[in-house]
Design a binder for this molecule. Sequence first.
Ligand code: PLP
Length: 424
Amino acid sequence: MRKNYKLDTLCVQAGYSPKSGEARIPPISQSTTYFYPKTQEMADLFDLKSNGYFYSRLANPTVAAFEGKVAALEGGVCGIGCASGMSATSLSVFTVAGSGDNILSSSAVYGGTYNLFSTTLPKLGIECRFFDPDAPAEEIEKLIDGKTKMIFTETVANPAIVVLDFEKIAKIANKRGVLFAVDNTLATPVLCRPKEWGAHLVIHSSSKYLDGHAAALGGVIVDLGNFNFKGNKRYPSFNEPDESYHGLVYADLPVAFGTKCRAQMMRDFGAIMSPQNGFISYIGSDTLALRMERHSSNAKKVAAYLKNHPKIEWINHPSLPDNKYHKLAMKYMPDGQGGMMSFGIKGTAAECAKFMEALQLITQETHVADVRSCVLHPASTTHRQLSEEDLKAAGVPHNLIRLSVGIENPDDIIADLEQALEKL
Ligand code: PLP
């Protein structure tokens, strides 16, 4: 595929090109294994001397079509389809870090990621040092030492809707030779391309906008091919032979991170995307560019409506000129700021419940970022164990409602909010 196609073209065309007489869209290769008549062909595959499939725990043609599309959208050299966004994040960390190492992470990350980093990684000997994404560069840089293997961030944090200052983090990462990873789930490459702002690795929960229909769990890791592991003393596991893979030195390969992640981590953890989910995600992402445009324009209208409503105490969407992250959003996501927002109604948790139960079109769900508008009240669901004080500290007041704006007609979304607010 030519390299200079625009993003909306890549959404439809990248990742799969049929040969004469083959299916126009990627068929579901529902097979664990692959046939080769010649022993040497198989041996060459195992030695990574040729490309091909031998076992679906490592690679599968349907999943490869989706991986190729996401890699093309992000401008990367390799995509790795995972069973979920969480497995994509886990495998990314394990590819670079082991016991005794540490990573840095923005404190404004998805709750599941926060748990993985704050609770599970330390049990495996990997420390996570959290930083306030709004902190000055020097303060963040101070957390880096010789054992720091990654700086992890989110383009638009879920649920805090914090927009990342890419250039600040890229400067630190490049100065110290540390891999800069970005979870680009809520922006998608349609609204923001982290590679253009200095990131080295992109992670997606494709369960969200990429699939877009709440139909398939998945994750994708994209190696952007712009980080030099060769000779970087921070990464001995890339510069020393991997005895578990015929003495391969990953830093010598054209795709260092992607090859290590697949050959070592996917082999050992086996958290690959299923062919069925690869197919659903591939088809879903055909319309990503159209959908992100609509999610963003709908959300902008909904945010402007809520901003002026007398029963709304506050509203957080970066499209609003007085939003704390508006300037950053205009710099990094000028064509649309996505469909996620949070707002506080003037009232108690009980009134939040009354409001949400009165909604007729918008449904209550733990999911976000698909075609259907949905809401969640974190204080009584994801954060229900926390006291009033802890809720405040977590930035989740009792009156916070998270709204994921879908692609329905914006007038219908606003009318539904209006009639539910009238009931308060
Ligand atoms: N990253 C972000 C920003 C998310 O919102 C989520 C899930 O909500 C994840 C990662 C985890 O993805 P998954 O649910 O596919 O494991």
